[in-house]
Each structure stands twice: as structure tokens, then as C-alpha cells.
Write a new protein. Structure first.
Length: 500
């Protein structure tokens, strides 16, 4: 009988290793002056250097080196006073030189760590992910496989090559082995990539758009029988491109490996590809070792030896860490832990913060983003920020605060904005959604409600205040939900002799 995830964790313990590739947002490539704009026409951002033509010589991008140092410092790494570039040799169609300029045994950043926090069955726990190295390299080109059902080379009719991406500055952030995560391994991996992405964004070194490939994660997983002390054979799931997929890929790979071991089969050291549809992985190629790449020192580039004073200037310029920033916001807004976690998990914290900066009350801002807007986004299978932006939401919240909208009317305004009817004020005008605040108009509706429900009105006169709810509801219905319910209640109770 196949093991499920709970069964896997009763018998095996995982060890993780994560490699995150980050494309930098420099204006030019790592070793040449070609542009790095995403989405340009294929093969229009190339030159003899990034195409590896004979006689072309690389020159290192200074901004890329500064970005590497910023990343290393933010991850508590030591910055090497001396590091080298190397040639990583392999043949692949999207590698125009048939080698990649990278760093091997002398990387620019070493021995860092990043603490991540997750919610477990035992409460909030912190896991320290130790970072082995951050090294600089250039990205490869991109293959497009045309025809076939999968978009991959197998079954394709032909392939196209786009070398625009070849040579874009790439940072590889490599963790040490991460033991001790147990059943929380998928969550720890997701939390690590999430925190890393937030740090990189705050540093301004990358747009970290996973859907565009500017941040990609390779997840290494191995299993060992609990208590054995033996490190299992690992697999490497390549180029996972969303936070949810990082978690799902590790979850699925743990189940796959455990069931192979249960059936007496061995784990093959190989790369694998994650399948979004099923949450499973499929084989790629056998995993190369460092010797297979025949590394040797890059003869056309001098070593990198950053000045210690420059490093300290960079350190002094680092922004507030996202974890500290979140804690400060939580204290300022008086947000409970669970609600803060909900904003972070929904990737809405920055959106809520921007909404608050535009004048919205923090409680109302997170309520609207996590509530009505998220509900509609789930129905439409999009993200909340694809439906509305902070400017629109802040305007609606301010209109509620000034009494120009009720919560009920505000939901209609949200619907109008999402349907493309204009700004919140334009929707209000087009739909005639102004709040009925004129006391004479409200009194007319109140008297009509009392006339239609005399017994209920008498109960209120007799001191049964909760009975007023039925009358208030009748007034709200009569005004199309456009009355201020608090004002209706105040006028109603006063009219029936129960007001202050």
C-alpha cells in the first residue's frame, strides 16, 4: 500500500538543499553592454561578447558586483576579499559559448544564514537556513520547443533559440543542507524562498518576478530512515517558478522517494521537472558532478577584490530588513498574529501598506483586501491585485469613513470598479449610489416602516430594543441599502421614545 504524506513522515526524515537563481535588474548584461529588457524581440539584445564570437572579450559589470555584495550582506554572509570567475563547460543549445562564466571554488559571498518563521502544530517556530555561498554568473539563453503537447523538447516538431537572456547577470544563492525540518520541510522551503524574495526586492537588485523567470528555485530533497544517521540520495527539482510550487514540489518528491524506498527501489541522483497539473515530478537527466563541468579559471577576467571601505559603505546603505519591517507594521497597526500571517501568506502585506499610506485606516484596509476583494479574486481565479489597486481601495475606505458610502454600497462600488466602470467616484455617479443622509427622507422611510409593522414598533416602545432591527431592516430595504444604518437606528429609537 502506497504511503501518504503522514506515512512518509512516520518512517523517514527529509534533508533539504535549496539553490535560488536571481536575475539582477541591471541595465546591461554581466559581461557586455547589451540591454536586459524583458520581452524584447528574440535575438535583438545580443553582441559578439554574449554570443561568444571569436576574439570577443568580457568586461565585468560593476553594478552586478555591488548587487552581489548587497545580497551577501543582507544574508549575513562574509564578503570574500578576493574571488575569481571560472568557466563551467557544458554543451547545451541555449549556451552560445558552450561554457558559462561563473564562480566555482572562490565565490564572492560565503557562510551566511536566514531565519524563517512558520506556523506549526506546536506553535510559531523559527528555522535557521544556513547559506553556503552566493556566487555570480551569467544566465543562459532560452529554448522554445514548438509542437507537441508539453512544450518540452520531447515530442516537439522543432526548437527555436532566443539569446536575449544569455549573459544577463545571475546570482546563485546556495544553502547548506537543511536537516531537522521533518514534516514541515515543504513549508520551510516556501518560507525561505518567500523571505529571500522579499529581501531581494527590498534591496532593489531584482524584480524577483518568478513568473518571468527572474527568480527560480532548484529544490534538492533526500530521505533517510528516521534515526539511521544515513544521508539519502538526493534529487534536484529544477526551475520551480512559484512559491506554491516550491512547497508542492517538495511535498510530492518526498512521497515519490518514500514509496520507491518502500518498494525496494533505489533513488537515482538526477534532475527532475515539476508538473504543475499533478504536483508530481518527472525525470530530467542524471545529475552532473563538479568534475563533469571541467571548471577552470576564466583567463579573460581579473579576480574581484572589493575594497573593504566600499563594502562598509554598501552595508550602511542597506534598507530595513523585511522581517523587522513586518514586526514594526504589526505593532503600529495592532494586528493579531494570525491576521498578520494571513496577509503575508496571501502576499498582500505590501498592498495593504500602500493602501494605508494613501490614507486608509489599517484595520479597514486589511479587512477589504483579505475579505471582499480576496473572495472575488478566488471566484475569478486571479490575484486580488489583478482586480483592484491600492489607490481604488483607499478611495473607497475614505468614502466610507466620511459617510459618503455604507459598507453595503461600497461592495457595489467594488463590483463596478472590477467591471471596468471607472474610478470609485465614477461608479457612484453612474449607479446613483449616494448615501441617503437627509433626515427628512429617513424619517419618511421610518414612519412607513412603523406603519407596516405596528406590533414591532410597540415592542420597541415597551423597551424591547433588539426588536428595532426589523424596522431598521425595512428602512434599509426601502432606501435600497443607501441609508446610513447608524443614523436610521438613532432616529428610529428617538421617534419611539427610546432615544437619548
Amino acid at each position: 500500500m502506497a504511503l501518504n504524506y503522514d506515512g512518509v513522515n512516520e518512517k523517514y526524515e527529509p534533508t533539504l538543499g535549496l539553490e535560488v537563481h536571481v536575475e539582477l535588474n541591471t541595465n546591461t548584461k554581466m559581461f557586455c553592454g547589451c540591454a536586459t529588457e524583458f520581452g524584447a524581440e528574440p535575438n535583438t539584445q545580443t553582441c559578439p561578447v554574449c554570443l561568444g564570437l571569436p576574439g570577443a572579450l568580457p568586461v565585468v559589470n560593476e553594478v552586478a558586483i555591488e548587487s552581489a555584495i548587497r545580497i551577501g550582506l543582507a544574508l549575513n554572509c562574509s564578503i570574500a576579499p578576493f574571488s575569481r570567475f571560472a568557466r563551467k563547460n557544458y554543451f547545451y543549445p541555449d549556451m552560445p559559448k558552450d561554457f558559462q562564466i561563473s564562480q566555482y571554488d572562490e565565490p564572492i559571498c560565503v557562510n551566511g544564514y536566514l531565519d524563517v518563521v512558520i506556523d506549526t502544530d506546536e506553535g510559531i517556530k523559527t528555522f535557521r537556513v544556513e547559506i553556503e555561498r552566493v556566487h555570480m554568473e551569467e544566465d543562459t539563453g532560452k529554448s522554445l520547443h514548438v509542437g507537441g503537447a508539453t512544450g518540452r523538447i520531447h515530442g516537439a516538431e522543432y526548437s527555436l533559440l532566443d539569446y536575449n537572456r544569455a549573459g544577463i547577470p545571475l546570482m546563485e544563492i546556495v544553502t547548506k543542507m537543511i536537516p531537522g525540518t521533518g514534516k514541515y520541510a515543504p513549508q520551510v522551503a516556501r518560507a525561505y524562498v518567500t523571505e529571500l524574495r522579499d529581501i531581494l526586492r527590498s534591496l532593489g537588485v531584482s524584480d524577483v518576478k518568478m513568473e518571468q523567470g527572474s527568480l527560480r528555485c532548484d529544490a534538492n530533497v533526500s530521505l533517510s530512515p528516521i534515526g539511521s544517521g544515513i544521508l539519502g540520495t538526493r534529487s534536484e527539482t529544477k526551475n520551480v517558478n512559484s512559491l506554491r510550487s516550491v512547497e508542492r514540489a517538495i511535498h510530492g518528491e518526498m512521497i515519490r522517494q518514500a514509496n520507491r524506498l518502500e518498494n525496494g527501489e533505489r533513488i537515482i541522483q538526477e534532475t527532475r521537472h515539476f508538473l504543475e497539473e499533478s504536483g508530481e515530478t518527472r525525470p530530467g537527466r542524471s545529475k552532473e558532478t563538479a568534475e563533469d563541468y571541467r571548471y577552470f579559471q576564466e583567463p579573460d577576467l581579473v579576480p574581484v577584490a572589493p575594497d573593504a571601505k566600499w563594502i562598509e559603505e554598501i552595508r550602511a546603505s542597506l534598507p530595513e530588513k523585511p522581517s523587522i519591517h513586518r514586526k514594526r507594521l504589526q505593532e503600529q497597526w495592532a494586528v493579531p498574529d494570525k491576521e498578520m500571517a494571513a496577509m503575508i501568506n496571501a502576499e498582500l502585506l505590501e498592498t495593504v501598506e500602500e493602501t494605508v499610506k494613501l490614507g486608509a485606516d489599517p484595520t479597514k484596509a486589511r479587512s477589504w483586501w483579505l475579505g471582499e476583494i480576496s473572495r472575488l479574486a478566488n471566484e475569478k481565479e486571479v490575484t486580488p491585485t489583478q482586480l483592484m489597486n491600492p489607490v481604488q481601495v483607499a478611495e473607497i475606505i475614505v468614502l466610507i469613513a466620511t459617510g459618503e458610502l455604507t459598507d453595503k454600497l461600497a461592495r457595489q462600488v467594488v463590483d463596478g470598479v472590477i467591471n471596468g466602470e471607472g474610478t470609485p467616484r465614477e461608479v457612484i455617479e453612474k449607479r446613483g449610489l449616494k448615501v441617503v443622509s437627509d433626515d427628512s427622507a429617513l424619517m419618511a422611510a421610518i414612519e412607513a416602516a412603523i406603519a407596516s409593522q405596528p406590533d414591532t414598533a410597540q415592542r420597541v416602545r415597551d423597551g424591547n430594543i433588539p426588536a428595532a432591527g426589523a424596522l431598521i431592516g425595512a428602512v434599509m430595504k426601502a432606501t435600497g441599502g443607501q441609508a446610513d444604518a447608524a443614523r436610521v437606528r438613532e432616529l428610529l429609537l428617538k421617534h419611539l421614545g427610546q432615544g437619548a
